[in-house]
Design a protein around this ligand. Structure first.
Ligand code: SAH
Length: 366
């Protein structure tokens, strides 16, 4: 195997030049090698557990206008909806009764929810569902607002950086949105003690190998706790409707590289990957992923949270079918874990992590 790949496996680091070479026309043999090493590393750190998060897509109103996204404000075809606090609490209650201990509240940047309103909502979830973790994913806010939410009990925050290359960021977003601001938000979140997730799409319009190299260099510098990676999939009512989707193969390859760069990262096999390939989630798990986020939103909302065409929201993607998801995960040697599934902090050794996660019981296995 080539020296660059071996070095990545041994040291969990790679330079820009090395990443460029790994991403340029990788052979089948190289892909397989990194996939196997990523899987072995995930097992060493997290065992066979896959953490399940209940995803509540609570609003598709958005003031932003990202060219790739189906809920961008300029999309007049989008049927807008906003769940009430009661509906959101009911979703979480349903998930809690199924055994879930992490809820991810995701939405557009919706001025219809005030920062104080979101803080109250989170406090109410925490009261209603003792011992659960709450993740927010609602975009860019000031440090003060992030501090308020942290005080209200929010544990984690997902904010994909989308691309770490300024020239590529400009292709994907209108002038008034700024990469610097997004990166500042990520830094603020981390400083405030959130388990912080960034991430990017694979195969988005204009993406070149050099951009992916920048994304991976950024991950090494920033050391996020979570990384969301999924293929770009076109949405018919956006400016990128006619662009081709990213590929499952490249997404899987990047999942493996991210696992190898950040051994302890919480890495979901995303809905977009499951949408693109019928066994996307399972292949994701075999490539180093260890998180799955089935949909807990009310059925009426699921179709309207239409980030891209044909987005999966039923079958094993839906929280009602945890049994089906469990079977799929077990088919690739994983064990579904309904515990909070926190990040194993960076300065503990792998052995300690494993021991610790088993000792804590790390929750309840279905
Ligand atoms: N407003 C929140 C949530 C955005 S939607 C925020 O700003 O973080 C969640 C993610 O879906 C985005 O970060 C983006 O990476 C992804 N997404 C949006 N449109 C997509 C598309 N067409 N194909 C694949 N992923 C998409």
């Amino acid at each position: 195997m080539n020296g660059t790949a071996k070095k990545l496996v041994a040291t969990h680091r790679a330079t820009e030049e090395e990443l460029f070479s790994l991403l340029t026309d990788p052979s089948e043999e190289l892909r397989r090698y990194l996939q196997e090493e990523a899987l072995a590393l995930k097992r060493k750190v997290y065992g066979d557990d896959v953490y399940i998060r209940g995803l509540v897509e609570f609003t598709n109103y958005c003031k932003n206008d990202c060219y790739y996204c189906g809920i961008r404000c300029s999309n007049r075809q989008a049927q807008r909806y906003r769940l009430t606090e009661r509906e959101i609490l009911d979703c979480c209650r349903e998930g809690y009764d199924l055994g879930l201990r992490t809820f991810v509240l995701q939405g557009g940047e919706d001025p219809g929810f005030s920062p104080e309103g979101i803080a109250c909502l989170v406090s109410a979830i925490k009261e209603q569902c003792p011992g659960c973790a709450v993740t927010l994913s609602v975009g860019e806010y000031s440090r003060e607002v992030y501090a308020l939410w942290r005080q209200a009990g929010v544990d984690r925050y997902l904010l994909r950086h989308e691309t770490a290359a300024p020239d590529h960021y400009r292709i994907l977003h209108p002038q008034r949105q700024s990469l610097d601001r997004r990166l500042q938000c990520l830094q603020d979140l981390k400083d405030l003690g959130y388990q912080t997730g960034c991430g990017f799409m694979v195969g988005s319009p204009g993406q070149k190998t050099e951009h992916l190299v920048k994304d991976l260099m950024f991950l090494q510098r920033f050391e996020p706790h979570m990384v969301g990676i999924g293929p770009f999939i076109p949405q018919r009512d956006t400016p990128f409707a006619a662009y081709p989707a990213g590929t499952a193969e490249q997404t899987l390859y990047l999942l493996s590289i991210v696992r190898l760069l950040l051994p302890q990262v919480l890495l979901p096999a995303t809905t977009a990957l499951g949408t693109l390939h019928p066994r996307g989630r399972e292949l994701g798990m075999l490539s180093g992923a260890n998180v799955c986020m089935p949909n807990l939103s009310p059925k009426s909302a699921r179709k309207k949270y239409n980030l891209y065409d044909n987005k999966l929201s039923d079958g094993a993607e839906a929280v009602e079918s945890l049994k089906a998801l469990q079977q799929r995960l077990e088919s690739v040697g994983c064990r579904m874990s309904l515990c909070r599934g926190d990040h194993v902090h960076t300065n503990t050794s792998y052995n300690h992590c494993i021991k610790n996660s088993y000792q804590k019981g790390n929750g309840y296995h279905v």
